[in-house]
Structure formats: C-alpha cells, structure tokens
Design a protein around this ligand. Structure first.
Ligand SMILES: *Cc1c(COP(=O)(O)O)cnc(C)c1O
Length: 236
C-alpha cells in the first residue's frame, strides 16, 4: 500500500463513520500527521490532495518547512504537540495552526512573537481529558478560565478544542474522553461570552478516529494509518 492508497482508505473510513453518525463527511477534516517521516513522504501525501500536515516537534517541523517552502508554497503546517514557551518564536515564524495551547503564559508569548512577525495563527486549546499526568493539555477544571482569557490576543484565532484520548483498546473510556470535550464545548457556549464560534473539535488518531467522529470530531489527526508504523511512540 502506498501513502496515496492509505489516504484514500482513510477518507473512505471517515466518510463511512460520518454517515453512520448521521453527519456530512465534508464536515470532517483529515490532518495527516507526518512526524518522523521525511519530506518526501509529505510530498507523496500532498500529491494525494493533502496540503496541511501535523507535526508534534517544532524542530522537526521547521526542517521540513525549510525544505519544502520554496517549491511547495501550498503546503502548510499544524503544530499538534506540547510547546515550551522558548519555542514560540519558531512556531510564530511559519506555522499556520497550533493545536496544543494549554496555558495563558504560552498564549501571551505566542501572541507577542506573532505580533513581531506580523502574522496570525489558528489555535485550538488542548484539553487533558484522560487525567493522566504525563499528558499535556489544560486540566478540564481549568479550561473555562483559560478559554475566557484568550480573546485578548489579537493574533490568536481560537477555533476550538483538541484532545488526545486515553490510549486503550476499550472504546468506553476512550469515548468518555471525547465526550468530555463535547461537554466542555457546550459549557463554553453557555458560560464564556464570545466563544460561540469555537466549532472545531480535533480528536481521534489512527486507532480511534471513527469513535471520535461518532462523538462529533471535526478534525482527525492520522499518522501511522497513512505513513506506516513509527519506530518511537506517538507521545515521545
Ligand atoms: C502522533 C500524534 C497523532 C497521530 O497518531 P497516530 O497514532 O500515528 O495516528 C495525533 N495527535 C497527536 C497529538 C500526535 O502526537
């Protein structure tokens, strides 16, 4: 199976999961996650119609951006992994999207760096829905307070929420993680003025994207099912 074959298989599975949930497949975005894969793999996926790619490490993403930017200006980048504030400048230079905002301090630093670059960026707030201490993301209990303050940053276009669910073969606790994000989105609509347009829910990976779609995901982040197995774990 080529990368293009895998992408068409995943698209078909996304469409089937959407229809099963009574949803329009066009409302679900496939974000291929190209971490650990070379720029040539990104180009293969690009020739199958993908233009934005997810990366969890800023250093690695920067390298691919530098390699591809000139000849492939259509390719854009979403940083989906935890970011230390000292890497915010790097993200501000080139990323189109940041899916792992989890603190006010990082929002402030990213906004400052983006203002310097004269750029804006699409942002999702990452929620720790599993309660696992090794996972990044803002705790559920602190999420509303954080979200309320993000309107103050002109360069951050906040689009919604993101989560990495519990890694388990049992769909019940995984689905519970997705549902916590959906419930939080609902609470934000009710309680936090001005966030009613936070329609994006980025949830679901290779092993659980169909379940995420059943719960309402609008973006699924798929790595291994497109690019093949990685030699180090997803959270590394
Ligand atoms: C690696 C990664 C993915 C993709 O995981 P796969 O299991 O390869 O589909 C999705 N989201 C985040 C945050 C990741 O780090």
């Amino acid at each position: 199976m080529t990368i293009a074959d895998n992408i068409s298989t995943i698209r078909a599975r996304i469409a089937a999961a959407a229809r099963a949930a009574g949803r329009d497949p066009a409302g679900i975005r496939l974000l291929p996650v190209s971490k650990t894969r070379p720029a040539s793999a990104v180009l293969e996926a690009a020739s199958a119609g993908c233009t934005r790619f997810g990366e969890n490490r800023v250093q690695e993403a920067t390298g691919k951006w530098e390699e591809l930017a000139e000849d492939h200006p259509e390719i854009s980048w979403a940083i989906i992994g935890h970011l230390q504030t000292n890497k915010a400048r790097q993200v501000a230079r080139f990323a189109s999207e940041f899916q792992a905002l989890d603190s006010l301090r990082l929002a402030r630093e990213l906004d400052r760096r983006l203002q310097n670059e004269g750029r804006g960026i699409d942002v999702l707030v990452e929620i720790n829905t599993s309660g696992e201490p090794q996972k990044s993301g803002v705790a559920l209990d602190d999420a509303v307070a954080l979200c309320r303050q993000l309107g103050a940053f002109d360069s951050l276009r906040v689009r919604g929420l993101m989560t990495v669910a519990l890694n388990s073969g049992d769909p019940s606790p995984v689905g519970a993680c997705f549902q916590r994000v959906v419930d939080l989105q609902e609470r934000l609509r009710d309680e936090a003025g001005g966030v009613s347009d936070w329609g994006e829910l980025s949830m679901g990976m290779s092993g659980d994207f169909e379940l995420a779609i059943a719960h309402g995901a609008t973006t699924v982040r798929v790595g291994q099912a497109i690019f093949g197995p990685r030699s180090y774990p997803a959270s590394a």
